[in-house]
Design a protein around this ligand. Structure first.
Ligand SMILES: [Zn+2]
Length: 353
């Protein structure tokens, strides 16, 4: 069925308008083909390729694979073959056949050893399987061929270092960190540095690194506070410093309130929340609940009612702790890489209220 359609598509190529065809399927062509750069949509092979990608986007993996496998048997130029193999791998990956995706990528590397995308995609699959060492090796190669993969390499390396620290292999972790040469500092570096210092007993340096990370990226205050709490010592004095440095970031204020309430200091907690609210701070559902309770206990009933009415709609929504600013993915577990779109440092505390 699909092949008949394709044949017609080819026959009618002269007056075939791919743009309107895609528009009819309400798919944005630019979004659709961004995985393959500088594609010439006027060549027939690319019409097929676009169709294969389109089918992939629609979740029709089997059909997409059929189109691509069929394409492969055609007389292709090296450039076209490269695109077909790469897309085969991407469809296999999207369909969950990681083994086959890997095979296709390895074949791609054999055929086109200078094509960085094969190393890059293979590295990402290795990372999905938890093989970060191999992933780093592949990304070294990819970034040698194409500089834009350097960022991915650095993040993956530091992620690997973080795992080494968790496994107690601090020597390996520190070797990675020492070799990491950054033009622009990134939060993940300070996170790993902080954990590394703590794990070799340099608590003060660990704390200082965490502060640097928070200063660099206040929205990531949460993982840094966790490191200080789990590996070092988190006092209210320090939390005040963190709240200051992070310009009243939600994670820091939440933690501060939690601390004060544990000590039974409801006055200070309420005044911290008042200041936060006055500063235009956004609340998580649980912090907002705390705020309302404190106000209620204090007898500020009218304020409570006003706040509730103001925020009722947003409170109804089911909330997850973190949200990816890139793809909107929601989760309760913090990670430096978004589990869905794989972008780095994109998860932040979900502030809907
Ligand atoms: Zn995402």
């Amino acid at each position: 069925m699909i092949f008949r359609k394709l044949k017609n598509l080819f026959k009618k190529r002269k007056d075939f308008d791919l743009e309107s065809y895609l528009k009819k399927l309400s798919i944005n062509r630019q979004d659709l083909i961004k995985t393959i750069s500088d594609i010439d949509l006027d060549s027939p092979i690319n019409a097929y390729l676009t169709l294969a990608i389109l089918l992939k986007e629609k979740g029709e993996y089997y059909k997409s694979l059929k189109v691509l496998e069929r394409l492969r048997k055609e007389n292709l130029t090296p450039y076209e073959e490269r695109l077909v193999i790469l897309n085969l791998a991407l469809v296999y990956k999207a369909a969950g056949f990681l083994d086959r995706a890997e095979d296709a990528l390895k074949e791609g590397i054999n055929r086109f050893p200078d094509e960085s995308f094969f190393y890059y995609e293979l590295a990402r699959i290795r990372a999905i399987s938890g093989k970060f060492e191999e992933s780093v090796e592949l990304l070294e190669k990819a970034s040698q061929l194409k500089e834009e993969f350097y960022d991915e390499l650095i993040h993956t390396k530091l992620y690997l270092a973080d795992r080494y620290i968790d496994e107690g292999r601090t020597d390996k972790a520190s070797r990675i960190v020492r070799k990491t040469n950054l033009k622009v500092p990134i939060p993940l570096l300070y996170y790993v540095l902080s954990k590394l210092y703590y794990s070799v007993g340099e608590g003060e340096k660990g704390y200082k690194s965490a502060l640097k990370g928070i200063k660099l990226s206040p929205k990531h205050a949460y993982p840094f506070i966790q490191v200080i709490e789990n590996f070092g010592e988190l006092t209210y004095e320090r939390l005040k410093e963190i709240i200051e440095i992070s310009h009243f970031s939600l994670p820091a204020v939440s933690k501060g309130v939690e601390f004060l309430l544990r000590e039974g200091n409801t006055d200070e907690a309420l005044s911290l929340l008042d200041r936060y609210s006055l500063n235009g701070g956004k609340f998580s559902a649980s912090l907002f609940e705390t705020y309302l309770k404190l106000m209620w206990e204090r007898g500020q009933r009218k304020q409570v009612v006003n706040k509730v009415i103001q925020y009722l709609d947003t409170l109804k929504k089911k909330e997850k702790l973190f949200k990816c600013e890139n793809c909107g993915y929601r989760t309760d577990n913090f990670d430096w890489v978004c589990p869905r779109c794989k972008s780095w440092e994109s998860l932040e505390i979900n502030s809907e209220v």
